[in-house]
Design a protein around this ligand. Structure first.
Ligand code: F6R
Length: 235
């Protein structure tokens, strides 16, 4: 595991450069993408670069981590909408090559990922140690499946909705085993509320109580942390 601690703006640029280099080297690269607030700065950097340097996403394939159940995919808070508005509409990506776990057929997503392994997976982390929507207690052997969101996740995500009652309670998510298939993983964490989860990921015992600890076994993982997210790590 590699750890980079720096200012968020610098980390956004570094992480974006990893993607840009990969896409330039391999125009058919397969990217694993996350939603939420953590990757927004990185996506802004990709858009800036695409405008300035015409990095070509025409043949790139993407797999998103998760999608809510209980709201339509064209809902303003769906992850389909988030990705379209935040990234896809600003790049020359072919929307046919952008994939999300199917709300009516989770298992097919794992099959797709086996056929087209992710070259570079971008992850955020929940304050409770979840990755994608794999909440504490999820089996390390999990593949794409339906899940109930933890109370803490519903609370964390309520900032995007008018009221906490509007936050969907269920989701369909890539499983932990699926995420581990990615050839390279970049996990972004910013802010004090991530510090405990990051400390457990780095220094804790591998346990399904903190799903992110499965990443301790990943052969090519880099954590991109700001000072606050890294604040509980020993110097
Ligand atoms: C998003 C996802 C989640 C988020 C996590 C952190 O697709 O799978 O695991 O990465 O909840 O969210 P933010 O970045 O909003 O703090």
């Amino acid at each position: 595991m590699k750890i980079i601690i720096n200012k968020k703006a610098k980390l956004d640029k570094l992480a974006a450069q990893e993607i840009i280099n990969l896409v330039n080297e391999n125009p058919k690269a397969v990217l694993g993408l996350a939603t939420g607030s953590s990757p927004i700065g990185l996506y802004e950097e990709l858009i800036k670069d695409h405008k300035a340097n015409k990095t070509n996403y025409k043949k790139v394939t993407t797999f998103n981590l998760d999608e809510y159940i209980g709201i339509p995919i064209d809902h303003e808070q769906s992850y389909h909408t988030f990705m379209y508005e935040t990234l896809f509409k600003h790049l020359n990506i072919n929307l046919k090559n952008t994939n999300f776990p199917k709300q009516d057929d989770p298992a097919s997503y794992t099959k797709l990922l086996e056929k087209k392994p992710v070259d570079l997976q971008i992850l955020g982390i929940g304050s409770n140690g979840h990755i994608a929507f794999n909440e504490p207690g999820t089996s390390f052997d999990s593949t794409t499946q339906y899940v109930d969101l933890a109370e803490s996740t519903i609370k964390d995500n309520s900032r995007f909705f008018d009221s906490i009652d509007d936050v969907p309670k269920r989701a369909v998510t890539m499983g932990l085993k699926d995420i581990m298939m990615a050839k390279k993983v970049i996990l972004l964490a910013f802010g004090k509320n991530k510090a405990e989860a990051i400390n457990t990921l780095v220094n804790g015992k591998k346990s399904e109580d903190c799903p992110a600890t499965i990443l301790q076994d990943h052969p090519n993982l880099t954590l991109y942390l700001d000072e606050d997210a890294a604040s509980l790590l020993k110097k």
